[in-house]
Design a protein around this ligand. Sequence first.
Ligand code: ZN
Length: 178
Amino acid sequence: MMRTSIVCVLLAVPALLFTAQRPVDLSQQRVVDLTHAYGPSTIFWPTSPTRFELKALAAGQTPGGYFYSANTFCTPEHGGTHLDAPVHFFEKGLTADKVPVEQLIAPAVVIDISAKAAADRDYRLTVEDVAAFEKGHGRIARGTIVLLRTGWSKYWPNVKQYLGDDTPNDASKLSFPS
Ligand SMILES: [Zn+2]
């Protein structure tokens, strides 16, 4: 069974301070970086034939007398903290470059299922979880980014603990909350 593992969201702000239709004033909000560093230990989907590769092209003084640094990198799409474009599982869905940036910066709410995930590593968010959140915090406004806190970051970057299985090229025995 295929499941996406991580949702990339760059901004988490209190949603109850404003509606999703208004622009976000970053000077009035707390910006939280939820990303994991991208590098050799980044977790990728097991069937990915390659991993993150970084090669230094230059790093040092040039004959012209100035410092110059440049790298080249290659990476599969589905690893680490990333955005899954709608086209990932929908042939008529948008590709990442077509997703309006306005949809990626918005008020966010966090639904915490970490206790349930700790008891059942295959736990999946339910309608009842969302309803319980709204009962306690108010209705989630249209356009709000909903973040799911699974508590799974504690396992990063241990592949076996994070994905439930570390068999190369085999996604059939994965186990994690979603
Ligand atoms: Zn992905």
